[in-house]
Design a protein around this ligand. Structure first.
Ligand SMILES: NC(=O)c1ccc[n+]([C@@H]2O[C@H](COP(=O)([O-])OP(=O)(O)OC[C@H]3O[C@@H](n4cnc5c(N)ncnc54)[C@H](O)[C@@H]3O)[C@@H](O)[C@H]2O)c1
Length: 438
């Protein structure tokens, strides 16, 4: 779009924004605690593009680098209210304490606020998350009834907190793998499936349905299908709800999508990439079940293929042996350690190795993504953008992609796409790096 062209019509971010969190575990409570800590002036929103990043406008020589939050009309942190569901009754303080992510000092400072965030009873079935048994679970005559109960929770929360808008971000456990089937193919079949409590309608789909039915943006931070089925994509178009997923791109996959584009840029070949992790949080325990791990493995494995394009470069990437392992190891808690061994080769085929040892903190990496996603999906909604938000692929391991488009995994291409979309929204010139001074 040429400079000065009118951007999209965006409704202002007036009033309060409710962030709905199905699954109030380590990630969700670290996110809530962090937002409150920033609001109280106790910390900086490190890792969040919406709060910290700038965006270049016009030519580099023009020296225009506003903060993203000053460039597009985002909801303010002060205007956020939190609500959510969990299969356990524990409040956000108790969960944050047992998750072992935050220091005692932080927990004490935030205790009065976190104690007041209490999860509503969840839609849950242990058949889909094998390792958990909860005591805060809804009952209903069928899955339609459960969806109606979630809708009632959302409407009550909206009224009680006097919210202008809402956005839902799934932070629940990874469900077992299910391939998309007939019941997921149209809204009509899905709604019939809800009436009949079809076994292929998983709890996360029921939350997604409730949000999308109400025209609320829906984001999926886990690898399970959830909103990524034709029925819910169709519904989102009808109700004007922006949707996206899957699986927050943190730790090892984030590193992969930073490093792999670099090797490819230099036309270095690759024979193999072996990734293994140890982690000891509840997420790790859930992923210890092979069926939940299968869901995760699917989102983790696709990344390299798309970036390296073995079909285009068979001599460089035609035989990459890619392995991903996750090992549940309680002593490490949320502080995951991820090892990567990368076998590459260079000039005349000589082999080399790279070892990466990333001692990361899972929820610390994921929390700012929840914030950015909530704010950007709310922005998209106010800008009248419905359906799959390809421009936010930056945040996902396996970005939900509009039919006919190729999934993009390269973190830098994703970032360029994100920022150019923001420029486009505001009628600013897109950055192409083509002209002198760019
Ligand atoms: N932390 C990361 O870096 C990261 C990265 C990518 C994806 N994820 C995904 O984010 C999700 C949350 O991670 P976490 O570390 O907070 O896990 P967690 O186990 O601490 O929290 C998940 C919570 O979801 C609850 N839950 C499960 N099923 C539910 C349902 N049907 N309704 C309501 N609540 C339900 C569980 O009781 C638990 O409290 C997981 O699916 C994980 O795979 C995390």
């Amino acid at each position: 779009m040429a400079k000065g062209t009118k951007g999209r019509e965006i409704r202002p971010a007036e009033g309060k924004l409710g962030v709905l969190l199905p699954g109030m575990g380590a990630v969700a409570t670290t996110f809530i605690a962090g937002v409150e800590a920033v609001r109280k002036g106790l910390s900086q929103p490190i890792g969040s593009l919406t709060q910290m990043a700038t965006i270049r406008l016009g030519k580099r020589t023009e020296n225009r680098f506003p903060h993203i939050k000053d460039f597009v009309p985002l909801a303010r942190l002060e205007d956020i209210e939190f609500g959510g569901w969990d299969i356990y009754k524990a409040n956000a303080y108790e969960v944050a304490k047992t998750s072992g992510v935050l220091s005692t000092e932080h927990l004490q400072e935030l205790k009065p606020f976190l104690e007041n965030v209490r999860p509503w009873p969840a839609v849950f079935d242990p058949a889909y998350v094998k390792k958990l048994v909860g005591d805060n679970v809804k009952t209903g005559k069928n899955k339609r009834d459960l969806a109606d109960q979630v809708i009632a929770d959302i409407e009550r929360f909206k009224k009680e907190k006097n919210l202008a808008r809402l956005v839902m971000v799934w932070c629940g456990s990874t469900e077992v793998y299910r391939a998309p089937g007939d019941v997921h193919s149209t809204v009509e079949k899905f709604e019939k499936g809800l009436e009949e409590s079809h076994p292929d309608i998983l709890p996360s789909m029921i939350y997604a349905y409730a949000a999308i039915k109400l025209g609320i943006p829906y984001v999926n931070g886990a690898p399970n299908l959830s909103g990524d089925i034709p029925a819910l994509i169709e519904l989102a178009k009808k109700t004007g709800s922006p949707i996206g997923g899957k699986d927050f791109k943190t730790g090892q996959t984030m590193m992969k999508t930073i490093l792999a584009p670099g090797f490819k840029a230099r036309m270095l070949g690759m024979n193999g990439w072996y990734s293994t992790n140890i982690l000891g949080n509840r997420d790790g325990e859930v992923l210890d079940d092979p069926e939940s791990f299968k869901t995760k493995e699917m989102t983790k494995l696709g990344v390299l293929d798309q970036i390296l394009q073995p079909e285009v470069y068979p001599e460089l990437y035609g035989k990459v042996h890619h392995v991903v392992r996750i090992n549940y190891y309680p002593p490490r808690g949320d502080n995951k350690e991820g090892w990567d061994n990368i076998d590459i080769f260079g000039w005349m085929g000589y082999p080399m190795q790279i070892k990466v040892d990333f001692l990361c903190r899972d929820s610390i990496l994921a929390a700012p993504l929840v914030l950015d996603l909530a704010l950007f999906f709310d922005l998209a909604h106010r800008a009248g953008m419905s359906g799959i938000q390809d421009w936010l692929s930056f945040y996902f391991k396996s970005p939900q992609t509009t039919a006919g488009l190729v999934q993009e995994h390269d973190l830098f291409i994703q970032l360029m796409k994100l920022k150019n979309t923001l420029r486009h929204m505001q009628g600013e010139e897109l950055v192409t790096h083509l002209e002198g001074g760019d």
